[in-house]
Structures are given as structure tokens and as C-alpha cells.
Ligand binder design. Structure first.
Ligand code: DO4
Ligand code: MG
Length: 292
């Protein structure tokens, strides 16, 4: 069973529950309202809705599974591969080793809901960046009470040239229009027996051929998922819940950089595949990356 968000009509979006690709029913709530509930109430609402009559509607156009005031945050340097890659690109490598082993994890704000790309919507590389990578990540869906109620897939698209020049440029390397994709759906936490057992795959297609591919497991994560949530919720409140990206373990080696027209596909066991085409913004472009 999964929760999706989709385009119901030209003006309306809906939240739906799917099983084996078939739409069962849509609960009346928005996702951020569901995330304002405690986990037992969240589960009851979803299971009740799922037992109702099957709908004939085919959710043709999937949207990012996030709405309202739910925020996207991200953890960094949580896998050894991420620490090593950042040490290579940075003029101040020690900060990455220190944060990898410190008690307090690196956490940063990534996106508001309206700025998140959904399945098949474009992701972007910055016009003022010369070295760009996708970051495939397991994302935790966390309710207002700090309980992990689901999982989805995230792409934390990042500029390595901007972060590498100076780590204080991190918000510019990480937070811009088209830098975050989520989807294709939220898998409820009770459907995943052991999140550390999930395998993750990424492939990047260019001109019809695979130009990069890799595989890892959430089992290589250097921290516990609850520990990341605990730090995020320590002195902040999230009435509409939060999506917390848990860091990347797949970083293409130098000199790989994303190009306009590439297609990034991220698959995580039991969660599905998130696929997004890459676009490069022009420095003068002030149009939105996506209009939905
Ligand atoms: O320190 C920079 C961010 C790291 C990150 O996004 C990751 O490890 O996934
Ligand atoms: Mg990341």
C-alpha cells in the first residue's frame, strides 16, 4: 500500500491510496493534515480509507508527495562515501570528517513543498555551477510528533563546485529551484520490516545510454534514523510534519557532472522508482521550473 498525490483535474489535486498500482480510494485529507496526526491515528485513517470501494480513476499524473506547510530537510555526511567525496572536493576537508564522527549530525533546510519536483518533473542544475550531481537518498516521512510514519525517495541535487569552493556556500549549493525531487509515493512505515535492509540504485541516462550507475544499501548508514529525527525536532516544531532526507551514499567520481537532458532514476526496494529529467537554467531565466 502506498500514498500518492496526483492531479485530479486541471485545477484540483488529490491524495490517494494505491495497492499494486491500482487506486483504492482517496482520503479527504491533504498530506500535511494526515501528518498532523499521531502515528496510530494516521494508520487508522489510511487503513479505513483503503477498505472503501475501489475507484476506477487512474492516477495518470503523479505529483510530489508533499503539500501545505510540510518542509523538506536533509542530513549530510551520514555515509562514508559522502564524507570521502566531500573531502576530495573541498579546500577545508577536515570539517567533513569531524561531522561524520560527531554526536550532532549535519542537518540543513532543503525545500518548501511548492518547490519540490515530483515524478518525471524536471530537476535543475544551476547556471552558475560547473560541477553538479544527483544525490539519491532514503527520505523519512515524519509526523508533527516526530514519529516516522513512512518512507519515500529523495533526490538532493547539489552543486559540488559551489560547496567545494567554500562550505559556507552550502545553502546556494543545495537550495534552489529544481534542487529537490521526491516520490513516487509514500510507503507507510508499517509496510517496511527493516529500513536498514533496503537497497538503493541510481542510474543516469544520457543520449539513450546509461552513463553512470551504482548501488548501495541503507545498511551502510553511519547513524540511526531516529537519531536524525531527534536532532531535527529538538528545538523546532513541524505542525504539518517534515520530510527528512537521510544523506547520500552514491556519488559519481570526478569529473562526472550532470548535463541538461540527462535522466536520473533512483530506485529503492519496496518504495519504487523516482525518475526526473535534468534541465540547466539560464542565468537570466526567472521562470518557475515547474508550474504545478
Ligand atoms: O555537507 C554537505 C551535504 C552532504 C549531503 O547532502 C549528503 O551527504 O547527502
Ligand atoms: Mg545529500
Amino acid at each position: 500500500m502506498q500514498l500518492i498525490r496526483y492531479q485530479l483535474s486541471s485545477t484540483q489535486t488529490a491524495v490517494g491510496i494505491t495497492q499494486n498500482g491500482k487506486l483504492l480510494e482517496h482520503p479527504p485529507e491533504s498530506l500535511h493534515t494526515l501528518l498532523s496526526l499521531r502515528s496510530n491515528e494516521f494508520r487508522t485513517r489510511i487503513e479505513q480509507a483503503a477498505t472503501q470501494a475501489h475507484s476506477d480513476v487512474q492516477p495518470a499524473h503523479l505529483l510530489a508527495p508533499i503539500d501545505g506547510d510540510t518542509e523538506v530537510w536533509a542530513a549530510g555526511v551520514t555515509y562514508k562515501r559522502s564524507m570521502d567525496a566531500r573531502r576530495e572536493e573541498s579546500e577545508t576537508p577536515d570539517i567533513y570528517s569531524k561531522v561524520y564522527t560527531a554526536a550532532r549530525p549535519e542537518l540543513f533546510f532543503k525545500a518548501v513543498a511548492r518547490r519540490v519536483s515530483g515524478p518525471n518533473q524536471p530537476i535543475a542544475v544551476r547556471a552558475d555551477s560547473t560541477w553538479d550531481v544527483p544525490e539519491p537518498e532514503l527520505a523519512l516521512v515524519v509526523n508533527a510528533y516526530g514519529e516516522i510514519v513512512g518512507y519515500t525517495i529523495a533526490n538532493d541535487v547539489s552543486s559540488r563546485s559551489i560547496e567545494g569552493e567554500n562550505p559556507l556556500y552550502l545553502p546556494q549549493a543545495k537550495v534552489y529551484a529544481g534542487s529537490c525531487a521526491l516520490g513516487p509515493a509514500i510507503t507507510p512505515a508499517w509496510e517496511i520490516a527493516d529500513p536498514y535492509n533496503l537497497n538503493m540504485y541510481m542510474s543516469i541516462e544520457r543520449d539513450g545510454a546509461t552513463c553512470w550507475q551504482g548501488q548501495t544499501s541503507v545498511g551502510n548508514l553511519h547513524r540511526r534514523l531516529e537519531e536524525l529525527v531527534d536532532y531535527l525536532y529538538r528545538e523546532d516544531d513541524f505542525p504539518g510534519g517534515a520530510i527528512l532526507c537521510t544523506g547520500t551514499a552514491l556519488v559519481p567520481d570526478q569529473p562526472f557532472t550532470l548535463q541538461s537532458g540527462d535522466i536520473v532514476k533512483i530506485t529503492i526496494d519496496q518504495l519504487g522508482t523516482l525518475s526526473n529529467p535534468v534541465t540547466r537554467r539560464k542565468a537570466t531565466d526567472r521562470n518557475p521550473i515547474k508550474t504545478l
